[in-house]
Design a protein around this ligand. Structure first.
Ligand SMILES: NC(=O)C1=CN([C@@H]2O[C@H](COP(=O)(O)OP(=O)(O)OC[C@H]3O[C@@H](n4cnc5c(N)ncnc54)[C@H](O)[C@@H]3O)[C@@H](O)[C@H]2O)C=CC1
Ligand SMILES: CC(=O)[C@](C)(O)C(=O)O
Ligand SMILES: [Mg+2]
Ligand SMILES: [Mg+2]
Length: 335
């Protein structure tokens, strides 16, 4: 798979699902877990789902035709363990259910490397430790697979005790549909730091702050909430779809000359040097472990800030306006 990039990009032909020659335990059945477990199963891999007692996901997993066991029993039955419980509970699940039931030569697989990179999980040396990280929310990993499409992903090897870790990770990536699109080899450090930065500064934190700021600016200056919603939130998908399909210039080619000139002359006034400095600080906090420490302590304290922030986000006016408008218009129906 020759390409002009320096990094290795893997595709379907580089992987063999039969490398996964024993049961895969998927711990967790949420955004990523439900997609990985079903895609693996549909790719012919023997899957067992591991869920804690009382998990709200148990019914979904069983109604999807999958076998559900406790995490400990699932790990005991498998040679490959995919850790798809929340990052904040992974250390406890590893200590209580995974580590006691792993055998030499087994493989520990992650979709995000946070707990390995920040030493919250220190795996025994007699196993393989791999990562296949879809660059997508979990429900699209499943939707793309069902549509015979792929989801781009990252692959990293932390520990290769058996010498087969890369082949195992490639087999896993193929079974969940990532090598259909392309899988880029990286490291746990690069995946963690780039993923945390992306979700904080651009994809989740940055873009929602931009949408809310735009909405509030229009509404504070007398424009109707509906107008502000359509301009600053609803049309965002349509613009991003153009960028997704054909790059920044594909979007510039599609919008009006007026939007092109206004956007290119004012865009850097909005995302100005101060914003760039803020991005550097955000990245620094990720690189030096400050964010990870803050998130771990937040969870140990019962998530007081997280709960307050989520409540404020749910109560933002744009959510109420949006819910009303989405109910009125058919275009926003779930696919
Ligand atoms: N959400 C996403 O689209 C992406 C998530 N990831 C990574 O995937 C991993 C899983 O994250 P999500 O799928 O978002 O999690 P989630 O919060 O959507 O689902 C967590 C699942 O684990 C179960 N669970 C919770 N505590 C448990 C326990 N103690 N024992 C067993 N099961 C338990 C829950 O019932 C649920 O089924 C994380 O490492 C995350 O960083 C990576 C890429 C994208
Ligand atoms: C969906 C995804 O890739 C994120 C934003 O990194 C995540 O959910 O952690
Ligand atoms: Mg991500
Ligand atoms: Mg993430």
């Amino acid at each position: 798979m020759e390409n002009e990039f320096t990094t290795e990009i893997y595709y379907d032909d580089d992987a063999d699902v039969s490398t996964l020659n024993d049961t895969v335990a998927v711990l967790g059945y949420g955004s990523q877990g439900h997609a990985h477990a079903q895609n693996l199963h549909d790719s012919g891999v023997d899957v067992v789902v591991g869920l804690h007692e009382g998990s709200s996901s148990r019914d979904a997993a069983e109604s999807d035709g999958l076998t559900v066991k406790t995490p400990a029993d699932a790990v005991a039955k498998a040679s490959y363990v995919s850790v798809l419980v929340p990052d904040t509970v992974q250390p406890t699940v590893y200590e209580n259910a995974i580590e006691p039931n792993l055998e030499a030569g087994d493989t520990l697989q992650f979709a995000h490397g946070l707990n390995i990179h920040y030493n919250q999980i220190q795996p025994s040396e007699d196993i393989n430790v791999t990562m296949v990280a879809p660059k997508s929310p979990g429900h699209l990993v499943r939707r793309n697979y069902n549509n015979d499409e792929g989801t781009p992903g990252l692959l990293a090897i932390y520990q290769d005790m058996t010498g087969e870790a890369t082949d195992e990770a490639l087999a896993y990536a193929k079974a969940i549909g990532c090598t259909r699109a392309g899988v880029i080899e990286t490291t746990f450090q690069e995946e963690v730091e780039s993923d945390l930065f992306g979700e904080q500064a651009v994809l989740c934190g940055g873009v929602t702050a931009l949408i809310k700021a735009g909405y509030e600016t229009l509404v504070d200056n007398g424009y109707s909430p509906e107008m502000a919603y359509f301009e600053c939130l609803n049309e965002m998908k349509l613009i991003v779809d153009l960028i997704y399909e054909d790059g920044l210039n594909g979007m510039w080619d599609s919008v009006s000359y007026t939007a092109e000139y206004g956007g290119m002359t004012r865009g850097d006034d909005i995302i100005d040097e101060k914003v760039r400095e803020n991005m550097e600080e955000t990245l620094e906090e990720i690189q030096n472990g400050e964010f990870a420490r803050e998130w771990i302590l937040e969870n140990q304290a019962g998530r007081p800030s997280y709960n307050q922030l989520r409540k404020a986000e749910k109560n933002h006016e744009i959510e109420e306006v949006g819910e009303q408008l989405r109910d009125l218009f058919s275009w926003a129906e779930e696919e």
